[in-house]
Write a new protein. Structure first.
Length: 363
């Protein structure tokens, strides 16, 4: 018996499930959920779905998060904590691709999972991973979501702030999905590499929408320099838009023709109409806007030129926009009244501007 090897103990069902899970996740992207309570973490994990590999770090998360980012190892993790791997154990190839930082309710008054904690986490992620990890901060509820806190987090470098679990989960699933694909492209903004064309197409606006739009840069997909903004080029020339699956923005803007017209009414209920040249009939006074002119200025000028009456604008009746592939027409129709009704004689001498004008009733 002394020479016989000891029979290996059969793992329990719990141990078997853990071994199977570790083996499955050994070569997958990993999403880290920082949550103030197990209940909140469970809500996020449930929203993400079972297809997304997640690990939860709760409460005292500072050392755990730094360890995760540094080692990228899933096999050394436990729910709620991260331990250093034994010297003989090699870290797996699992890479942290996103951190979801869930804030505690403000009324709790604690120092766990606060806005300050989220700012620290984002700073630590940038220090260790140079911004190649998608950071999403989830306020406790829509009532605790405000523009000031959002601006503070976004300006610090956080990629996304949303109080809605389903919105956060959808975006993280996209990040997770594209992290599983391997491609030949790298991001011109951050160290992210191994991206497919579609992954880069989604990556740049999701990770770098706050950054300045770089011009005169090199497109990794075209493998050639581009003169205009890179994000605009990427959006319209590559990915779903480049393949015609979604609408691509126009290469150049259609010419815009802008007009201003005025419905001028006297106190007795009569309206001012213009007898147009070239046998065009009777129209409201108005015309095309000249360079450097505003809509209101054009309305007043055209009414004086075509109808001979100085008017005071009193409001906007209607705004029209008629787009076409080659040209676009925009008209702003104002309401107005004569500046001096006692001396509001309509123009009766024909010239280049009009044949004449008259005050008319609706009938």
């Amino acid at each position: 018996r002394g020479g016989m090897e000891k029979k290996q103990k059969k793992p329990t069902k719990k141990e078997s499930r853990k071994q199977k899970r570790d083996k499955t996740l050994a070569h997958q992207p990993l999403v880290v959920v920082v949550a103030p309570t197990p209940k909140r973490a469970k809500q996020m994990s449930k929203s993400l779905g079972s297809s997304v590999a997640t690990v939860v770090v709760a409460k005292d998360h500072h050392n755990s998060l730094t360890h995760l980012l540094t080692t990228h190892s899933h096999t050394t993790l436990q729910m709620g904590a991260a331990t250093s791997p034994p010297p003989q154990q090699a870290a797996s190839t699992t890479v942290v691709v996103s951190v979801v930082y869930m804030l505690a309710p403000k009324a709790s008054g604690g120092d766990v999972c606060t806005t300050e904690g989220a700012l620290w986490a984002d700073k630590e992620i940038r220090r260790v991973r140079e911004g190649a990890v998608f950071v999403c901060v989830v306020p406790y509820s829509p009532d605790e979501y405000d523009a000031v806190s959002r601006n503070t987090l976004i300006e610090a470098g956080v990629h996304m702030v949303t109080p809605y679990l389903h919105t956060a989960a959808k975006t993280i699933r996209d990040v997770f999905k594209f992290s599983q694909e391997q491609g030949p492209f790298g991001c011109p903004y951050c160290p992210s590499t191994g991206l497919t064309e579609d992954a880069l197409w989604y990556h740049c606006p999701m990770y770098h929408c706050r950054e300045g739009n770089r011009s005169n840069t090199h497109c990794p997909i075209c493998d050639q320099p581009i003169g205009g903004p890179f994000q605009v080029h990427l959006r319209n020339k590559h990915g779903p838009a480049g393949r015609g699956e979604i609408h691509a923005e126009a290469k150049s803007a259609a010419q815009l023709y802008a007009f201003a017209l005025v419905v001028v009414r006297r106190r007795d209920g009569k309206f001012l109409l213009v007898h147009e040249v070239a046998n065009w009939g009777w129209w409201l006074p108005g015309g095309r806007i000249d360079p450097g002119e505003g809509f209101a200025q054009a309305a007043e000028r055209e009414t004086l030129e075509e109808a001979g009456v100085r008017v005071k604008l009193t409001g906007v009746l209607r705004v029209e926009f008629s787009p076409r592939a080659d040209i676009c027409r925009m008209r702003v129709i104002f309401m107005g009244e004569p500046v001096d009704e006692a001396h509001a004689e309509p123009k009766t001498e024909p010239d280049y501007e009009s044949v004449g004008a008259a005050w008319v009733t609706y009938e």
